[in-house]
Design a protein around this ligand. Structure first.
Ligand code: PLP
Length: 362
């Protein structure tokens, strides 16, 4: 098989693959009703629990065939039962998207919205928790990829404990690369995907969830995304629907590599070093991060202000010619920022090339 040309993906997933993950994609033809697939699925579900050493008796993982959004929608539309039963903290595209999902499911949440460059509005969250007894779940994005902010879930968790609420978290762009505190946050479920910090390919997403939450019948409006149905089928060894089998091969290999490389904390450290390097390099070229405080920025992705008088294409096009892909801002940030993620199989030369091209542009 010919190896395709190497692309350096600095977008927030999919990522530049290791050769071994790419090779895994070309595994043997397999039916998902073979015992071999059942074994593979069971192993991958366990590997996902092992990422954060959460493999205690009351947690499980449920695989969903689809992108990260499918897992998030499966999580919240299966667990939230009714309108006003949840509070969504929204300070970016992905928080707001969860509000839309629940509205569409006829389970509109109470939303506490902040400006995208701002922190979660904790004072307002506390007001709402005090006012509304109906709230059972507090829903938040861990790493808001819109701006590269790590939301302060320690602080949110404290509020949830104080008011006796459970947390549902979109960790799509942080699972495997940032600290997710399964011990101290009052979590009921966390949704994520194969093709971001785990370095797999698109096609499989998943929800890590407390077993009691999926053991009863849920009230999901969707058949395909019903968490309890998928859980029951997977526990029985047969997926409810045809899974992305080749993505499963790749995810299995990627999770082995995460484990062999020292787990999520080593990967986090590696991302930190890369991000430090990129931020220093860009600062040297007069390009500043969007979020001034380094402590709120993720290790995974940083948003940078576009230099005055330069639009996104002026920067991204010459990079693309060199097979380096960066990421534009969304909606109101489209003209203001660009984003660089550091996930995937990258090396020093990739960053040297990034700086060289940018220096020429500027
Ligand atoms: C990438 C992402 C998603 C969903 O992504 P898909 O495009 O559906 O895979 C959801 N939430 C966050 C925070 C993300 O970064």
């Amino acid at each position: 098989m010919n190896t395709p040309e190497r692309y350096v993906l600095l977008n927030p997933g999919p990522v530049t693959l290791t050769d071994s993950v790419r090779a895994a994609l070309a595994g043997r033809d397999m039916c998902h009703r073979e015992q071999a697939f059942s074994d593979l699925m069971t192993e991958v579900r366990q590997q996902l629990l092992d990422v954060y050493e959460t493999a205690v008796a009351d947690w499980t993982s449920v695989l969903i065939t689809g992108s990260g959004t499918a897992a998030v929608e499966s999580m919240i539309s299966s667990l939230v039962q009714s309108p006003n039963q949840s509070l969504v903290c929204a300070n970016g595209v992905y928080g707001e998207r969860m509000t839309t999902m629940l509205q569409r499911a006829g389970k509109a949440p109470i939303q506490v919205r902040s400006e995208w460059q701002d922190d979660i509005d904790f004072a307002e969250v506390e007001n709402r928790l005090r006012q509304h007894n109906s709230i059972k779940y507090v829903i938040a994005v861990h790493h808001e990829t819109t701006t590269g902010r790590i939301n302060d879930l320690d602080r949110l968790a404290e509020l949830c404990v104080k008011y006796d609420k459970r947390m549902l978290v979109d960790a799509v762009s942080s699972f495997g690369g940032e600290r997710v505190d399964f011990e101290n946050w009052p979590l009921d479920a966390v949704a994520a995907t194969a093709n971001k910090c785990l370095h797999g390919v698109p096609g499989i997403a998943f929800v890590v969830v407390r077993r009691p939450c999926v053991q009863d019948k849920t009230c999901a409006s969707s058949l395909y995304l019903d968490l309890a149905t998928n859980f029951a089928a997977q526990e029985g060894g047969l997926p409810a629907f045809t899974p992305a089998i080749q993505s499963m091969y790749a995810l299995h290999q990627a999770l082995c590599e995460l484990h062999d490389g020292g787990g999520w904390s080593s990967r986090h450290d590696m991302y930190r070093q890369r991000t430090l390097r990129v931020t220093e390099g860009l600062t040297g070229l007069g390009i500043a991060p969007l979020l001034p405080s380094p402590t709120v920025r993720s290790a995974v992705l940083t948003a940078y202000r576009l230099p005055e008088a330069l639009d996104y294409e002026t920067i991204s096009t010459p990079l693309q010619k060199e097979r380096i892909i960066i990421y534009a801002g969304q909606k109101q940030l489209e003209k203001i920022i660009f984003r660089i993620a550091v996930m995937g199989d990258l090396d020093d030369h990739d960053f040297e090339k990034l700086f060289r091209v940018l220096r020429n542009v500027l």
